[in-house]
Ligand binder design. Sequence first.
Ligand SMILES: [Ca+2]
Length: 454
Amino acid sequence: MIPVRNVLVIMTDQHRPTAGGWLGDPWVQTPHLDALAARGTVFERAHTPAPVCVPARQSLLTGRLPHAHGATGNALPMHSSERTIAHLAQDAGFATGAVGKMHFIGSDQHQGFATRWDIEDYYALEPEACGDAASGMAAPGCFGKYIPGQLEGSAVEGPNPMRVHDGNYDGRPSPFPAERHLEAHVTRQAVRFLEEHRDERWVLWCSYWKPHAPYTPPLEDWERYASLSLPVPDATGEELAALPEHLRRFRQATGVEHLDADGWRRCLAGYYGCVSFVDREAGTVLDALDALGLREDTLVIFTADHGEMMGAHSLLAKSNFYDESWRVPLIVSHPARQATPGRTQALACLTDLFPTIAESLDLPIPENVHGHSLLPVVTRERDTVRDHVFSELHVRGGPYYGVRDSGWKLARYHDQTQLFDLRADPEERNNVASEAPEQVSRLQAMLEQDTALL
Ligand SMILES: [Ca+2]
């Protein structure tokens, strides 16, 4: 096998699995990621092991499911015994860097990354920009420090950063130029890391905040979409009444019911603007890789921690197992091993990235890793490496679980079991749990198999 020399993971936050030119969205412009997709393997069925930030990110870094590594919610740290891909790489002599939104909880803010540049470093550089929720970066004490309870729809005094009309979901242009946004700083730090470590072997995680709310892109990105007749969500009252209680409360917490057609279009324009902005930033990092002559020796992975509903089922954000929340974009570009660029329907999970990276670097994969290396799919040696994917959500009233295989999806909430026939009903509008109990039992067995993993 031919190991790659370096690994670059570019990550976005809350990236709808269709929000890219290469993902089939007819509106959003993403030329740089389209180009990366054209030279890599596009996983069209990649999923997050938890449709919320911290558990997903820690699973990506450890290759392990949230209930096993311990970070099951956004306020919970991993168990101190957990080891990340950065620990593995650092022990093997690699330079390791993490720049951007890590969302590490607890006392270990490095998690094996020798170089770390995170949001508080941005706060120090741009106190004015980060203090304004419209700046493109949430204010300290807002998204920068997670506020327990708000996602639950509980009563919160004063402005609620989760709500449409209190700021974050109301699409509008940022008053600050692109170069003062967190994303531009992350790009500069990533390029600096590449330049400083060009003669070493390295693993770099470059992690952008956007397109996560607030949906306030730089003006030039806002203007691409602000005057378009973007399609407005069309969920019926019947569908809303059929949502699990968790999602009805979540919907209320985000204030979606206040969005009229113009509000939705602003929301979409802001979101798409954020996607185009982060696409441009990712392009700058990839250009630096090319300029340093490192592209052919580098495994490049692009993904996100979870999706964004952006109106599907009349919901915003994530925290559910519908496709728009659970699935993520995933591109794996592996110049040394890849037979030909292409697309795959192979099921994948963010837990698969640890073993994929480890195998690519010729490092040993620890036995307690739950994910499966995706390299056999990238090299076209196999069509798939797993028969199902699993996801968990630990919120009040939960935990809730999702499991899917190539044709069916089961989602379990405290008051409802959802079963979707993904071939006949790809939009997941018809819950057929009562009509196909044999499928419920079959998927439930898969779910129990994964909840038992330690
Ligand atoms: Ca996130």
